[in-house]
Design a protein around this ligand. Sequence first.
Ligand SMILES: Cc1cc2nc3c(=O)[nH]c(=O)nc-3n(C[C@H](O)[C@H](O)[C@H](O)COP(=O)(O)OP(=O)(O)OC[C@H]3O[C@@H](n4cnc5c(N)ncnc54)[C@H](O)[C@@H]3O)c2cc1C
Length: 562
Amino acid sequence: MDFDVIIIGSGMSGGWAAKEFCEKGFKTLVIERGKDVKHIKDYPTAWKNPWDFEYKGYLPKETTNKNPVVSRCYAFNEATEHFFVKDNEHPYKQVKPFDWIRGYQVGGKSLMWARQVQRWSKNEFKSSSRDKYAIPWPIGYDDLSNWYSRVESFIGVAGNKDGLEEAPDGEFLKPWEMNAVEKYIQKRIKENFNDRTPVISRTAHLTEMKDQFIKQGRTQCQARTLCERGCPLGGYYSSTSSTLPWAEKTGNLTLLTDSIVEKIIYDEKLGKAKGVRIINRLTKKVQIITASCIFVNAATINSNLVLLNSTSNRFPNGLGNDNGLLGRYISFHNYRGKVNAKFNGFKNSYYSGRRPASIMMPTFRNRNSQDMDFKGGYMVFYTASRDNWWRETNQWEGAQYGNEFINNISKPGPWSIYMMMQGENIPIYSNHVTLGKEKDNYGIPIIEISVDYTKNDELMIKDFLNEGKKMLQAAGCKDITPYDTKQAPGLDIHEVGGARMGDDPDKSILNKWNQMHLCPNVFVADGACMTTSGTKNPSLTFMAITARAATYAAEQLKNKKI
Ligand SMILES: Cc1cc2nc3c(=O)[nH]c(=O)nc-3n(C[C@H](O)[C@H](O)[C@H](O)COP(=O)(O)OP(=O)(O)OC[C@H]3O[C@@H](n4cnc5c(N)ncnc54)[C@H](O)[C@@H]3O)c2cc1C
């Protein structure tokens, strides 16, 4: 064998697989389809000021016209565009509208993410069996809580121990602070709705230093909120600043960039996979690399693509896909409901600096039983800010630097409130991805995405728009405007499923250790493994699940069971 372990994908979750295997002494190969990104050196815009950019941070019409999909992502701009996959770079077919937002490079999307992290609650793991949707999760909160702790302690998570059943506490660093208006709204919501508790959001930022972070070569977050450019300080978690350099230090890591995994090769005699076939992105040279164990961490849809394309005599419909469910039950987060409002008080209060956090409220719907006309729950986020001065004065297009600008945004004045939902989307059979007949530049079938909202989402949006308005009214806000963005699925960038975990091999692709029921040395540990989407931002759970699966696989390797 060339390696003990191959990991497909070097992003948020692949970085964790690399750390766990390398620390345990396994010769590990991480294969990444995109370019190399070295921490610090390859963040070309990290220190630039707005006036250093040709378009002052915005993108010219030519770019946005050519890239309607990725342009809809709020984080895609002149300072970050080099980390995003452009619309024509890796085509896919939208059978139904789906904005597929991607980052193909070492670090994956861990470079551009918004860093909001929350643990799932006990109820979230149980609700699909309780309320009869999807299938039961084969694991619960207690199976994951130590792994959440392991990940939080290593990546650094700012948060407050709030004691909330629906958002379990973790290993937290100093929390970010709410401003005066956010605190006031929090107080009014708690007073008026005894099932709702807004708290400061939990973020993967180093708000204080510990030995563990110094050893990783990372520095305290300076709250610059320029994170999506890559942070030279390592102030937030990305695999490039944290897990990958950590794995590299062990001497056990090999990183192969610009190499697209076309398929996993199944060996009928061995009854398991023997390696992968890769195509060099630049030269199109094909190579086969062997290993005893394979981890698939290419991000949900690409992991499905690799598995569906891994056909053989034994598995003509994709690896481990005897039940035909591979690529099915894709779900996502429903971000359509938003509320804008104004707040007239606290005109003399101000806050200084920036803050990479907002206010989060765990779900207050369907917590212990289904008591709504829809299934699943939703989180609510809100912020109160004074930085909308230029909108108020219709000077949005004006310069956002210079003395005049600074003087104006420093003056006391009105506050703007922004509230949004993050709703659980219920996985259904018809929401799926499949391989099309068309091929990409490398001869690999392009993926066809057929994913849509259902009536359940519509009912949830209606409920949030009502409740959001009621909460802001109770908080004394004015000009409350609830609206439905009607955005397509995908723009939430929280797509999950397709190779779900479950105890029943007829109804799932992976067992409770993320191991394929039908191919024991292949593990899928990114979002593709998720049985349901829950209400929480997903990445902390992807990392915890990956660390748990890698530790299990390492034991199996050591005992020659796989
Ligand atoms: C703007 C933005 C904001 C976000 N905010 C949040 C947030 O606040 N909280 C949160 O939890 N999540 C957030 N996310 C989502 C988060 O980034 C993803 O959940 C996370 O990165 C997924 O981790 P992953 O390891 O599955 O995939 P990625 O981090 O995307 O890594 C996958 C890697 O696999 C590589 N790859 C793909 N196919 C192949 C192949 N065939 N061969 C070799 N390599 C391959 C890719 O190039 C990529 O580098 C956000 C994302 C974006 C873009």
